[in-house]
Design a protein around this ligand. Sequence first.
Ligand code: ZN
Length: 96
Amino acid sequence: MDTFSYTEAGNVCPLCKRPAICTLYDGGNHKYVRCENCNEFLITCVAEQILSPQPATFLAQYSALSKKSNDEQLLLIKSPSADSKELVHVKWKSRS
Ligand SMILES: [Zn+2]
């Protein structure tokens, strides 16, 4: 992960709202979250805004997905487009 330029941004996990280590990269457009409950995952700031008002039961789906990540792949949660307020897509991203 040392290819990214990190900016410390102490925060809570967007999925379970517990304290988590969040670091911004890509000019602040992406957030790398390290959560004891949800494992590690990546989320775009747009996706975070979309997910923020959702109920915990909805967010738990993404948390469950993230827990399936492994040493080779991280969950990436992103919106289909910058101005979308609807579905959030997920895909797996190689750690390399
Ligand atoms: Zn979490």
